[in-house]
Design a protein around this ligand. Structure first.
Ligand code: ADP
Ligand code: MG
Length: 691
């Protein structure tokens, strides 16, 4: 391994780190001792007094001070859950909701899902005994649909408020409103960063309670020149630290599952090569779709002599605290969604993170003792290329689902909803327009019968419309199978580096005419036929856990279909895929594209920016044989704007599905353009550019 030239030497601080860690290793604390050692504990009574006195309280404290795990327990201990009332605590991330609930149930000595439970999309792990409920912010939002005043709750904690996720931002407006009509309700807004004044102002001058933290100093190192390959640099730095440093776990911030798996493989390989020359390196990945049984691993104490390296998405920035980390490696990137109302494109992009994120990340190294943070970018980039703060999600996402939810909660005028940071007006307008194109809103902007049914699904409106319309084509069973598979699409096919050839071959065997949706359906059906076999998954390079997750999602969709009275039927003639295609066209007519002459690039048929080229992702089953007309599930911007999960369609179906958006004449015109002979096309474009 060629080491990176970090301007850093082991100094006396490291002895201090080692002494601290040794000390921690020596005495395994009891749960009670651990709870009492958290910074928040010293302020327990003061906090409870403040909560007693004020209806709304903003609580600020360093990550790891104990806000998420302790606050609900303090409330429970001082009687706020008497009479079966609940304490609810929202989390922007599902993994955080699950792992924190697991931790708190352990601290309270109860079984998870009873007194302490969690609720995330497609998974409800609570019972009627539950008094402390962790949930994603999106799930609390959905509870407003059935219980507008949230009467079951005595206290609500809107946690990780600084994350400013779309759902948290919408919750701010809704809880502020019910706090007025429910003086008995306690509202805690908890945040890791100093932006608390903004929350206090929004909640009519609510007091701020700060939990003083005393993190240790973290030395920050930058690279001397920009790092072209940050993945490689991260791997090298991990090995460098592992070989040269005695102690201290390492935390690496990566942008997603794919990157995490790449780094994991490289590290495993490096360890194999070095064999017994180095100590054990325990690699712990953590990302949104990580199966629950693997999540526990990251919290297990590192065995003496070994070292843990945690490969995390920005979930480890503030949502989850892993003790024992002394080294942070920060490539400085994050994966974010962007929606442009102008181009109507929603893309997922890897972008430079903000300075606020970089500071949080570095801070993760200073919990056990003085730490080090290795930034895989230059000091100049930090100062000049990074934004100061993160842009709230509400300013960069498609608002379709949220607007539909607000409408069905009864908020008629979403344009004047009290947002902390209002979304761009154009984004709201385009969300309303999309919903009316989909038929969820009528000309007056009121919810239609279809819209009301669509709102029952915790899905993008395009997906819920697809499900509801599948009824018309008698193939709802097939459509919900596909949608369940789309939910796990990125992790269905297993492709280990050393068996790429076999994996690709296995994948090809699943290919079906019509495209990726039908291919996913084929995977699903074959798996069902094997009676959910694990062995079959191994043989066919299919990720078993993704399949079981798809099965869970599907079970939920079945019950949602029953609730919205969508009749469950299987496509009567499996050889005829048109009913399935038409169902998807009904929901996805906005995500459609046509192949441009002479090449492999597509252009959106409508709802797009003129001239923008999009492409079929190389992993698609349609990549080799691009059809003329396609619809796609999502657009991912990497080197190019790639359509992922692509289905072949016929243009005339668009007129049938969305007569207000498409006319037969214009589609025919587009269709005929395609057939122009080469020289004619060249001549015509030449003449048009001259004129
Ligand atoms: P905050 O919300 O203020 O960031 P937390 O309440 O999440 O703090 O964390 C308090 C402590 O609980 C931390 O030391 C953290 O490591 C520990 N902790 C949280 N979740 C788990 C878990 N699932 N397993 C073990 N320890 C955990
Ligand atoms: Mg927390």
């Amino acid at each position: 391994i060629e080491f990176l030239n970090w301007d850093w030497k082991s100094n006396s601080q490291d002895d201090e780190i080692m002494a601290k860690i040794d000390e921690a290793e020596k005495k395994a604390k009891t749960i009670e001792e651990t709870r009492k050692s958290l910074p928040i504990y010293a302020f327990r009574d003061e906090l409870l007094n403040a909560i007693e006195e004020f209806q709304v309280l903003v609580i600020v404290g360093e990550t790891g001070s104990g806000k998420t795990t302790q606050l609900p327990q303090y409330l429970y201990e001082s009687g706020y859950t008497k009479g079966g009332k609940k304490v609810g605590c929202t989390q922007p991330r599902r993994v955080a909701a699950m792992s924190v609930a697991a931790r708190v149930s352990e601290e309270m000595g109860v079984k998870l899902g009873y007194e302490v439970g969690y609720s995330i999309r497609f998974e409800d792990c609570t019972s009627d005994k539950t008094i402390i409920k962790y949930m994603t912010d999106g799930m609390l939002l959905r509870e407003f649909l059935t219980e507008p005043l949230l009467d079951g709750y005595n206290c609500l904690i809107i946690d990780e408020a600084h994350e400013r996720t779309l759902h948290t931002d919408v919750l701010f407006g809704l809880v502020k409103d019910i706090a007025r009509s429910r003086p008995d309700l306690k509202l805690l807004i908890s945040s890791a960063t100093l932006d608390a004044q903004k929350f206090a102002d929004y909640f009519d001058g609510a007091p701020i309670f700060s939990i003083p933290g005393k993190p240790y100093p973290v030395q920050i190192c930058y690279t001397k020149s920009p790092e072209a390959n940050y993945i490689g640099a991260a791997v090298t730095t991990v090995m460098q630290l592992h070989i040269t440093q005695q102690k201290g776990d390492i935390l690496v911030f990566l942008t997603g599952q794919e990157e995490i798996e790449t780094v994991q493989e490289s590290l495993q390989q490096a360890c194999r090569v070095l064999g017994s020359k180095i100590r054990e390196l325990i690699i712990c990945p953590i990302y949104a779709n990580l199966p629950p049984d693997m999540q526990g691993k990251i919290f297990e104490p590192t065995p003496p002599g070994a070292r843990k390296v945690i490969l995390a998405t920005n979930i480890a920035e503030t949502s989850i605290t892993i003790d024992g980390v002394s080294f942070v490696i920060d490539p400085g990137f994050v994966k974010q969604n962007f929606y442009s109302a102008k181009t109507r494109l929603e893309t997922l992009e890897v972008v430079t993170c903000s300075r606020a994120s970089a500071t949080q990340r570095a801070g993760r190294a200073g919990r056990v003792g003085p730490g080090h943070c290795f930034r895989l970018y230059t000091k100049h980039a930090y100062a000049n290329e990074m934004e100061e703060n993160n842009v709230p999600e509400i300013k960069r996402t498609n608002l379709g689902n949220v607007v539909l939810t607000l409408k069905s909660i009864g908020i008629r005028d979403v344009m004047s909803f009290e947002f902390m940071d209002p979304p761009h007006e154009q984004a709201l307008i385009s969300a309303l327009k999309d919903l009316s194109d989909l038929g969820a809103l009528n000309n007056e902007g009121e919810l239609t019968k279809l819209g009301r049914r669509m709102a029952e699904y915790p899905l993008d409106p395009m997906l819920s419309k697809t499900i509801i319309n599948s009824e018309k084509y008698h193939c709802s069973e097939d459509v919900i199978s596909i949608i369940s598979m789309l939910n796990v699409q990125s992790s269905v096919f297993y492709r280990p580096k050393d068996k790429k050839f076999h994996a690709d071959k296995a994948r090809q065997n699943f290919t079906k005419p019509g495209g990726d949706h039908l291919t996913l359906l084929n995977v699903w059906e074959q798996w069902v036929d094997t009676n959910y076999s694990l062995h079959w998954c191994h043989e066919n390079f299919i990720v078993y856990r993704s399949m079981t997750r798809a099965r869970d999602v599907r079970d939920q969709l079945v019950s949602l279909c029953e609730r919205t009275e969508v009749k469950l039927e299987s496509n009567p003639n499996p050889a005829d895929i048109v009913p399935i295609q038409k169902s998807f066209v009904a929901g996805f007519f906005m995500n459609t594209a046509r192949l441009l002459p002479f090449g492999d690039s597509y252009q959106k048929i409508k709802f797009g920016e003129a001239g923008r080229r999009i492409y079929i992702h190389p992993s698609s089953s349609l990549f080799q044989t691009p059809p003329k007309w396609v619809l796609y599930y999502e657009l991912v911007a990497t080197q190019k704007d790639y359509m992922r999960q692509v289905m072949e369609i016929q243009p005339q179906w668009l007129v049938e599905a969305a007569p207000t958006c498409y006319t037969k004449a214009e589609l025919e015109k587009l269709d005929s353009k395609k057939k122009m002979p080469k020289n004619h096309q060249a001549a015509s474009s030449l003449s048009s550019s001259r004129s």
